[in-house]
Design a protein around this ligand. Sequence first.
Ligand SMILES: CCCCC/C=C\C/C=C\C/C=C\C/C=C\CCCC(=O)SCCNC(=O)CCNC(=O)[C@H](O)C(C)(C)COP(=O)(O)OP(=O)(O)OC[C@H]1O[C@@H](n2cnc3c(N)ncnc32)[C@H](O)[C@@H]1OP(=O)(O)O
Length: 182
Amino acid sequence: MKSSFVVPADLDAVQRHPKAAKVGERMRMHNPLCYGCGEESAEGLHLQMFAGEDFEVTATMDVAARFEGGPGVIHGGVLSTAFDDVMGMIPLLIGPSAVTVHLEVDYQRPIPIGSQLQFTAKLLGRQRRKIYAEGIAHLGDPDEPVATGHAIFVTIDVREHFADHLANSRLADEYKARMSRP
Ligand SMILES: CCCCC/C=C\C/C=C\C/C=C\C/C=C\CCCC(=O)SCCNC(=O)CCNC(=O)[C@H](O)C(C)(C)COP(=O)(O)OP(=O)(O)OC[C@H]1O[C@@H](n2cnc3c(N)ncnc32)[C@H](O)[C@@H]1OP(=O)(O)O
């Protein structure tokens, strides 16, 4: 099957948002309950994200015992979740919130439980609402990736997109208050 991940040639110009995190700064959690980066997600991945130069994001993740798939190694689905969340921070450097419409992961090496994964993700381009991103995961040497991810995010109006589902969040009241602010 043909992949829908093809970066178009006619890309739009992009600028870093003036209020985006500065280089080296920890990036704000988009949702404290997020399974990827939320500090209040008890079972989540607890990714720590940092803004890089231009449109880059770096992140670290401790490969905890609860993430096991094969004996002694990370579950592939857990790793794809991590890629989703790390690459998903790139739109925030540009400005708009965006959700994943396409995600693919190439698994290159087994990743041991107990290791610390490091991620580097970058923008490949934007066309209208679509934001194309690439990420690599490594165990200390970026020239020796253990996995590579590609994703497409589509920008959304947060208030409209989550309107029908917000009430299901344990933080519904907090979000309603945030969203009612101009
Ligand atoms: C103030 C309070 C703030 C609260 C903040 C809280 C959360 C913030 C939200 C975002 C998160 C921020 C940071 C992110 C961190 C982590 C990332 C994790 C993100 C996820 O884990 S999120 C879960 C999984 N995700 C979904 O739950 C999406 C389900 N989906 C939809 O809800 C619709 O699909 C939607 C609305 C996205 C689009 O629908 P739509 O009707 O508005 O627009 P349409 O269909 O026209 O698509 C527009 C253009 O995208 C192209 N397109 C569409 N799909 C494509 C595909 N698969 N491949 C290639 N291109 C595709 C079309 O071809 C067209 O392209 P063109 O430019 O050519 O027109």
